[in-house]
Design a binder for this molecule. Structure first.
Ligand code: GDP
Ligand code: MG
Length: 163
């Protein structure tokens, strides 16, 4: 069966950029089922010769203030539940923020395999945040630039054992 990979993390770390890069030109399916899965995007991804289903946890910008946290948590929990492997994304430029921690905690509690991604790591300035990501206790971060397509070979290496 095709593995399912969920992209998880706080807003603005580059989850959708990574999703788009992995899905490439293939159609990104919009899941319009009601409820917590409403905002989530799914697609068929390819990385090298690995093919997998990918879930982007996203689209919460329209939520009202009081419902935002609950909906983000519910959507993330649902994606984690469906996932065989989780890509937990942080921003290597700003480092780890308090907002990263509840998402990291959900991932940890799931007990599922997680690949820690330090995104926006293009250029020299990105590496500081990548080291900062060690403090999450989710293993060694994979520095990546979803926008520039750097580090994709390392992501491939990290994903390969789960196929
Ligand atoms: P999401 O909220 O986690 O889905 O994040 P988005 O994919 O919407 O990206 C948030 C912002 O970060 C956008 O302005 C992106 O252009 C930017 N971004 C995403 N990936 C990278 C990257 O690898 N490097 C840099 N410098 N910016 C990035
Ligand atoms: Mg997004």
């Amino acid at each position: 069966m095709t593995p399912t990979v969920a992209i998880v993390g706080r807003p603005n770390v580059g989850k959708s950029t990574l999703f788009n890069r992995l899905v490439g030109k293939k159609l990104a399916l919009v899941d319009d089922r009601p409820g917590v899965t409403r905002d989530r995007r799914e697609g068929e991804a390819r990385l090298g010769d690995l093919e997998f289903r990918i879930i982007d946890t996203a689209g919460l910008e329209e939520a009202t203030e009081e419902s935002l946290l609950g909906r983000m948590r519910a959507q993330t929990e649902a994606a984690i539940e469906d996932a065989d492997v989780i890509l937990f994304v942080v921003d290597a430029r700003v480092g780890i923020l308090p907002a990263d921690r509840p998402f990291a905690e959900m991932v940890r509690r799931s007990g599922k395999p997680v690949i820690l991604i330090a995104n926006k790591a293009e250029g020299a300035s990105g590496m500081a945040g990548a080291y900062d990501a060690f403090s999450l206790g989710l293993g060694e971060p994979v520095p990546l630039s979803a926008e520039h397509g750097e580090g994709m070979a390392d992501l491939f290496e990290a994903l390969m054992p789960y196929f």
